[in-house]
Ligand binder design. Structure first.
Ligand SMILES: Nc1ncnc2c1ncn2[C@@H]1O[C@H](COP(=O)(O)OP(=O)(O)OP(=O)(O)O)[C@@H](O)[C@H]1O
Ligand SMILES: [Mg+2]
Length: 297
């Protein structure tokens, strides 16, 4: 893939063209990947709630289901897509026909569920997919990605390409070990220098900090990765209720303990500048990088 000269990269970093011809600073673009290593720790619920919270802040949000093959962000957002990334990859539809407008103005790019081939796409196929997604760059200023569990090609590629990598973990040793394994893979294979931790299903703030403390001890000892704490989500029956209802907690039960936690995390993320360590500019550069191209700085 073509290397980009530093002048060109700089121009693309600082300016982004909107369809109207208006230009905005790419600092306004935010690409957040939510990953975990271990499955079932609360990624999809966090993505659905963050997407709605960012939309309420007036941002143009794309919720991207990167859990290809086991996708369920559509259910979390309460929509039933008629087409998915699987159809896009089959060449039977276009990306515009796959996008679904979900609640509160969030747009979802749904992936297929139960599709073995989606979970096992080649690097080349992934590059083709990202080229299609690249065409969306002017329409969104915030992308929240639900990264699948594990350290497979899809998960690692989505996580490594985002500006902000959010790692969800709980206090269980298996969750901490898998979160560490993911961070290690991102750091050693993809050069990720910084991650943010969200502790989920904890009893209180102190338990959340303990999740962060344990992960940061491990990373400080063995890896050259910065690790920050974004906050915690309380274990709360409002979350399974939200799952059953197909309604994000901050929509269905905003005053619940978990609802307040999701909102606090969204506020904190919004206040924190995008991670410049792994930022490569706008959505376009993000996808370019995801597709395996390198950008000279
Ligand atoms: N804070 C919480 N309190 C109570 N239950 C929770 C909480 N967070 C998640 N859960 C429960 O855990 C289940 C898994 O959550 P979610 O689907 O968001 O995890 P995931 O990491 O996306 O899983 P997968 O790796 O399978 O995609 C949910 O169905 C929900 O019932
Ligand atoms: Mg999930």
């Amino acid at each position: 893939m073509e290397l980009m000269g530093s002048d060109q990269a700089e121009t693309l970093r600082s300016l982004r063209r909107l369809p109207t011809g208006e230009r905005v600073a790419t600092d306004d673009v935010r690409i957040i990947a939510v990953a975990s290593g271990k499955g079932g720790v609360g990624k999809t619920q966090l993505v659905a709630n963050l997407a709605v919270a960012f939309a309420r802040q007036g941002r143009r949000v794309l919720a991207l289901d990167g859990d290809m093959g086991m996708a369920n962000l559509d259910m979390a957002l309460g929509v039933t897509p008629s087409a998915t990334i699987a159809d896009l990859m089959d060449g039977t539809t276009t990306i515009d026909k796959v996008l679904v407008v979900a609640r509160e103005g969030v747009t979802l790019l749904p992936a297929g569920s139960g599709r073995y081939e989606l979970a096992n796409i080649s690097d080349r196929e992934r590059a083709g997919l990202f080229e299609a997604i690249d065409t969306l760059e002017n329409r969104f200023d915030t992308v929240v990605i639900d990264v699948g569990a594990g350290i497979g090609g899809n998960a690692v590629s989505f996580a490594a390409a985002a500006q902000d990598v959010v790692v969800v973990a709980n206090l269980e040793p298996t969750s901490l070990a898998d979160a560490y394994a993911l961070i290690k893979t991102l750091a050693t294979k993809r050069g990720v220098k910084h991650v943010r931790v969200v502790a989920n299903m904890v009893r209180n703030a102190a338990e959340g900090e303990e999740v962060y403390r344990r992960l940061s001890l491990l990373t400080a000892r063995f890896l050259n990765v910065g690790i920050d704490y974004l906050g915690y989500i309380a274990r709360d029956s409002a979350v399974p209720r939200a799952v059953h209802a197909g309604v994000p907690v901050i929509v269905g039960e905003p005053k619940s303990g978990a609802g307040q936690c999701y909102l606090a995390i969204a506020r904190k993320l919004a206040k924190t500048p995008a991670d410049v360590g792994s930022a490569t500019g706008g959505v376009r550069l993000f996808w370019r990088r995801l597709a395996g191209g390198s950008i000279t700085q």
